[in-house]
Design a protein around this ligand. Structure first.
Ligand SMILES: C[C@H](O)[C@H](O)[C@H]1CNC2=NC(N)=NC(=O)C2=N1
Length: 127
C-alpha cells in the first residue's frame, strides 16, 4: 500500500510557516496508511494498536517513542492494558504534514515487525 514510498523517506525538520495539508491532500496520504484515521477535521492522524497485555503495550509505546526521537518528529502516545494509541500532528503548523504520514508508515512497519516477533516467539514456545 505504500505507493508513495513513505517508509523510505525521512522527516524534514518542520520550521512552521507553511500551510498544513488540505483535507484532500491528507486523505491522499492517508490512503497509503489505511489502518490510520484522520481526526479533528483532518488535523491529526491516529491508529490504535491492540496488544496482548499491558507490558506489550508499553513495549510498543517505547519502540514508537524511540522511532520518533530518531526522526525528530514526535507522536502523542497513550497506552494501557491491551492497547497503544498513536496520534501524529505537526504541532508547528497545527495540522498535518507529509512527516506525519512518513511516521505513520514507519510505525506500521515497526508494529508489524513486532507482531512478527511475537508470533515467532509463540511459534517457538509451541514447538
Ligand atoms: C526543533 C524540533 O525539530 C521541532 O520542535 C520538532 C520536534 N518534534 C515535533 N513533533 C511534532 N509532531 N510536531 C512538531 O512540530 C515538532 N517539532
Amino acid at each position: 500500500m505504500d505507493d508513495l514510498g513513505l517508509t523510505s523517506k525521512t522527516c524534514t525538520p518542520c520550521q512552521g510557516g507553511i500551510p498544513p495539508l488540505t483535507p484532500q491532500e491528507a486523505e491522499h496520504f492517508r490512503s497509503n496508511v489505511p489502518d490510520w484515521e484522520l481526526l479533528d477535521n483532518t488535523t491529526k492522524v491516529k491508529r490504535t494498536f491492540r496488544t496482548r497485555n499491558f507490558m506489550d503495550a508499553m513495549g510498543l509505546a517505547r519502540q514508537v517513542g524511540e522511532l520518533c526521537e530518531a526522526e525528530g518528529h514526535h507522536a502523542d502516545i497513550t497506552f494501557g492494558w491491551g492497547y497503544c494509541k498513536v496520534v501524529f500532528q505537526t504541532h508547528k503548523i497545527n495540522g498535518l504534514h507529509e512527516n506525519d504520514f512518513i511516521m505513520a508508515a514507519k510505525v506500521d512497519q515497526l508494529a508489524s515487525q513486532g507482531a512478527a516477533g511475537t508470533m515467532q516467539k509463540i511459534k517457538e514456545e509451541v514447538e
